[in-house]
Ligand binder design. Structure first.
Ligand SMILES: [Zn+2]
Length: 390
């Protein structure tokens, strides 16, 4: 008898973590949490709590202890050998947080988000962490700056989420369990995920659709957690997605949801984290373009693609490595240097600076570069007081 249910890729480590509770268990923990020493969470740490508790960071059930921390920094693996690229640690300055005790994790207003069963507190080595994980100790690097600002003392242990922070995009918020249920309902078995923190131009659309040609469905999964100040705000990016999906994407083959993680700008190591998280969301394929998760000129163009060379089969996710794409006037279509033989003067290519200048002056970039509907969203965002910054 044929199997009627499609089988999705297994979560990383084999089991989807769920560190949320409800009902009486939640009420009891909430009451207890009010009596516990508190560790205030940064905006970035709140993103980590959400990712851990909902299973996006499976198999992690909490913040890393010293054995995992050092193993990850040095070998890109957890202490038990599981592939894991980046420390997920909880900076903790407060006194009263002790191994063997429980502590409350609180937001900026002192509201209780979660509790942590502290297994240990330890001194990390932020300088070494920066060098090994980010490839630089330059304080100008936004990810490194965040690591150094957090301090060297970390609290480790399993967490339990008690109050899910209010999502910025409730309609597009889905946990890994929910995306998996959705994919199963749609009858999809192979799904490609696309990660972005940028507005979607024709180049991205092309990669997404080329990928969609070989799988059952596309998960558009823009990152909406903490980003650096000059990235395009998440609400503007989401408006771009909505106008684009409405007119240009097959609805039965596309799911738009948000990825609640913070951006670390760690290039190759973060590309692996992004792939592992999407595996947990049920995706079998992951798109890695040029300079994925990069910032400035810290990483080589293809570093984030090469990092997968020795680990792709172990990871179990098929990595789709893409070149930059562009419109070619001779080909009369989107192409890359792999598929178009014509010299550059036939390509519609604009620098990021040029595009921002045009948008700021209220001018749409050529429609071969940006869909007019997307350009209009960006132009209107630029003219708002809190709009897009250069
Ligand atoms: Zn061409």
């Amino acid at each position: 008898m044929p199997d009627s249910k499609p089988t999705l890729i297994a979560p990383h480590g084999g089991k989807l973590v769920d560190r949320t509770v409800d009902g009486a268990t939640r009420s009891a923990l909430l009451a207890e949490a009010r009596t516990l020493p508190a560790i205030p969470l940064s905006e970035r740490a709140i993103c980590d709590v959400i990712c851990i508790a909902t299973g996006a960071y499976s198999p992690l059930e909490g913040f890393m202890g010293s054995a995992d921390y050092h193993a990850v920094v040095d070998t890109m693996r957890l202490a038990d050998g599981t592939l894991w690229p980046m420390p997920i640690v909880l900076p903790c300055k407060g006194d009263g947080v002790k191994a063997g005790k429980r502590a409350a994790l609180t937001d900026e207003n002192g509201g209780i988000v979660a509790v942590i069963d502290v297994s240990e507190t330890f001194e990390g080595n932020p300088g070494r962490e920066a060098e090994r994980v980010y490839g630089t100790s330059d304080k100008e690097h936004p990810g490194v700056a965040a690591v150094l600002e957090g301090g060297a003392r970390y609290a480790a242990g399993k967490i339990t989420l008690l109050n899910m922070p209010e999502p910025q995009f409730p309609a597009e918020t889905m946990t890994p369990a929910q995306t998996r249920a959705k994919f199963a309902e749609l009858g999809w078995r192979t799904i490609v995920a696309f990660q972005t923190r940028n507005p979607v131009h024709r180049a991205h659309e092309y990669l997404q659709k080329v990928a969609l040609e070989i799988v059952d469905g596309l998960l558009l999964h823009p990152l909406v957690g903490k980003t650096k100040g000059d990235d395009v705000p998440a609400d503007t990016r989401m408006r771009c997605y909505h106008v684009l999906l409405e007119k240009y994407y097959p609805m039965g083959r596309t799911v738009l949801s948000v990825f609640p993680a913070a951006m670390r700008y760690a290039g190759p190591r973060e590309a692996v984290l992004h792939a592992i998280a999407r595996k947990n969301y049920g995706c079998s394929h992951f798109i890695v373009g040029r300079d994925h998760a990069g910032v400035g000129s810290y990483y080589g163009t293809f570093d984030a693609q090469r990092v997968f060379d020795g680990i792709e089969s172990e990871l179990g996710v098929t990595i789709l490595r893409f070149e930059h794409s562009f419109w070619c006037n001779v080909c009369e279509g989107m192409a890359t240097t792999k598929t178009c033989p014509h010299p550059k003067e036939h390509h519609v290519a604009l620098s990021g600076t040029k595009v921002r200048d045009m948008l700021r002056s209220g001018v749409r970039p050529p429609q071969e570069f940006s869909r007019p509907e997307v350009a209009d969203v960006l132009i209107s965002a630029m003219s708002e007081p809190q709009g897009v910054k250069g």
